[in-house]
Design a protein around this ligand. Structure first.
Ligand code: MRU
Length: 340
């Protein structure tokens, strides 16, 4: 059994309480959301991030919207709820879990058009709590299945943060690591810092150490030499969207890692719940990649790079083809990848 030392999202006293991940690891503070616009702000600005956690937050966002509008007449209520769903959907384009959770809430409303706004608020809150609980259970199951792929003594490389901070439970990629450790396996983890937002250095390093895991931080450009030296037993990452053919989007820098893992014959695993699968797209070319602000890349070292006329390219995600994936670990079991 894995015991977490912190809670990323929590419905408490009629609010959604989020760990403000922009501030970690320097400060551990919460942001409380008591309306849907604040939830949208939190998703857009990376207070809460990671595909499953974004989905869980959006589910609560819809419940908050229903509470805000529950005194309206039915027709105006449904109009406002449609706008609220669009506001939440417009926050980030890549993680499909966001749209999956909103779709669940939208469908629930569509099936209950005869109910009063107050009754709909109660239904949406119940559903949000259910989405959260399901995510917890999916992480648990991913951990169980994935831990079977981890050798007794292993040094594991991970990228970005696919841990408890990115989900409603113990995490996906890191959930596999926590579960393997809880079963007595001796694990060391190398965490890529994950430029430009440093989810690896700020979040993965923080949560792994908090959970007592042997962790070494590296800059992204150090992964190749570790793999070449045979120091890495396996690479494991999360996903933001998995297409029908198993191509998947994840944090920028995942694709080169998968190429390196193949070159150096280290297994490359993806851990994700079914809410991350997008069966409507045949392959990764259809995944919308979020482009983020220049300032994220320009913020470097001690100051800000300020060079006249300099352009910046800042995609938040890349797509890794299924041909580079050894296996996808889901709550239902392990899907063999297409890597030869
Ligand atoms: O931009 P972020 O921090 O939301 O990106 C997160 C990732 O890319 C994660 O690896 C992914 O969402 C999987 S989280 C279990």
């Amino acid at each position: 059994m894995v015991r977490l030392k912190f809670e990323t999202l929590r419905w408490t006293r009629g609010r959604l309480r989020l760990i403000d991940q922009r501030k970690l690891p320097q400060q551990f503070v919460y942001l409380d959301c008591d309306d849907h616009k604040k939830v949208a702000y939190a998703i857009k600005n990376l207070v809460v991030r990671g595909a499953p956690a974004i989905g869980v937050a959006a589910g609560y966002g819809m419940a908050l919207a229903a509470r805000e509008y529950r005194d309206l007449k039915r027709e105006s209520f449904f109009k406002k709820m449609k706008t609220a769903s669009e506001t939440l959907a417009s926050t980030r384009p890549t993680a499909v879990n966001l749209f999956w959770a909103l779709n669940r809430q939208d469908k629930l409303m569509e099936g209950n058009l005869d109910k009063t706004p107050s009754e709909i608020f109660k239904l949406l809150l119940k559903e949000a709590l259910q989405i959260h609980e399901e995510d917890r259970q999916m992480c648990q199951a991913i951990g169980e299945h994935g831990s079977k792929l981890v050798p007794q003594k292993a040094t594991i490389l991970t990228h970005c943060n696919a841990g408890a901070l990115a989900t409603g439970g113990i995490g996906t990629a890191l959930g596999v690591i926590y579960t393997a450790v809880s079963k007595g396996k001796k694990i060391k983890v190398f965490a890529d810092e994950t430029r430009p937002v440093l989810q690896g250095a700020r979040l993965t390093a923080w949560e792994l150490r908090k959970q007592g895991i042997d962790t070494t931080l590296i800059c992204d450009n150090m992964a190749g030499s570790l793999l070449a030296a045979g120091e890495i037993a396996l690479v494991i990452v999360g996903a933001d969207r998995i297409a029908k053919n198993l191509d998947f989007a994840n944090k920028i820098g995942t694709y080169p890692l998968a190429v390196l893992a193949k070159e150096h014959k280290a297994p490359f695993y993806v851990a994700a719940p079914s809410s991350t699968f997008d069966k409507s797209i045949p392959n990764g070319s259809k995944i919308v990649i979020e482009q983020r602000e220049e300032s994220e890349v320009l913020q470097s070292g001690k100051g800000k790079i300020n060079i006249r006329g300099l352009k910046v390219y800042n995609p938040a995600f890349d797509v890794t083809p299924a041909s580079l994936v050894s296996a996808v670990i889901t709550e239902k079991g392990i899907i063999r990848g297409k890597r030869k």
